[in-house]
Design a protein around this ligand. Structure first.
Ligand code: UDP
Length: 239
């Protein structure tokens, strides 16, 4: 077996849904605090940690548009929702004495910093958890695309997508008992078989820039630490 190459800088994408826990809408503080604790442990293990949070626990543009809202306004509401999650995560991390910066793709100066790549890298080098909020800043994109883009920009070694299931399956394992688990696959396979690992924009961006992606279950406590210690957890998607 090849020796594990330690990670230096990772970007963790948490969907808004991951923050729901026991609540139907918004943020479950117990889940938020547990996730913040896991991020603190990654930092304590010597990693540089960037985060991208989704907004689906509050607003999703497509859902709002389906109910009659203009799509661009709806997506802007979705992006603002990701900022709310980012602020909640910053608060939870700071309560654990973890230095944290929120950088937004939309300019909201009274609340957080603008996203500037060089400054983001500097924060990471100084050991600050850096949360990228407001997605890419553009409508019609997702936070999966934002996570892929930011991970490439900051030259992360690995993008981790934390989901509700253990990795990538041939179909939704929650609905299909015959779903087959894929421990390893290529981006082209994910695209060809429409495996819904991430949206196609995000997959192509990762593929073309040779950024590896690990998909794992966020509800498995300690999974992130086991992964960075070299364990094969979840599914690995590569170019
Ligand atoms: N969004 C956007 N541009 C981006 C990222 C996000 O317009 O670059 C909006 C979009 O409306 C999306 C919402 O923000 O539905 C929340 O993001 P996402 O659905 O990716 O969150 P998740 O499903 O990960 O919770």
């Amino acid at each position: 077996m090849a020796a594990h190459r330690p990670y230096r800088r990772i970007l963790l994408k948490l969907s808004g849904e991951a923050l729901l826990g026991q609540v139907d809408y918004g943020i479950d503080p117990a889940v938020l605090n547990r996730l913040a604790g896991e991020v603190r442990d990654l930092l304590a293990a010597g990693l540089q940690v960037a985060l991208v949070l989704g907004g689906g626990n509050i607003f999703r543009g497509a859902g709002l548009a389906a109910r009659g809202l203009d799509r661009v306004s709806a997506d802007q509401m979705g992006m603002l929702a990701t900022l709310m999650n980012a602020l909640a995560m910053q608060d939870a991390l700071e309560k654990l004495e973890v230095p944290t910066r929120v950088m937004s793709a939309l300019r909201i100066h009274q609340v957080c910093e603008d996203y500037i790549r060089r400054r983001a890298v500097r924060h990471l080098e100084k050991g600050r958890v850096t949360i990228f909020a407001a997605g890419t800043g553009n409508p019609f994109f997702t936070t999966d695309s934002a996570a892929s883009l930011r991970a490439i920009e900051i030259e992360a070694d690995l993008l981790i997508k934390a989901t509700k299931v253990d990795g990538v399956y041939s179909s939704d394992p929650v609905k299909d008992p015959n779903a087959v688990f894929y421990p390893r696959l290529t981006y082209n396979q994910a695209l060809r078989e429409d495996l819904r690992v991430m949206d196609a924009t995000a997959l192509v961006l990762c593929r073309d820039n040779r950024l590896p992606l690990r998909v794992l279950n966020i509800h498995t406590p300690g999974a992130l630490m086991r992964l960075v210690a070299g364990e094969e957890i979840g599914s690995l998607v590569e170019s």
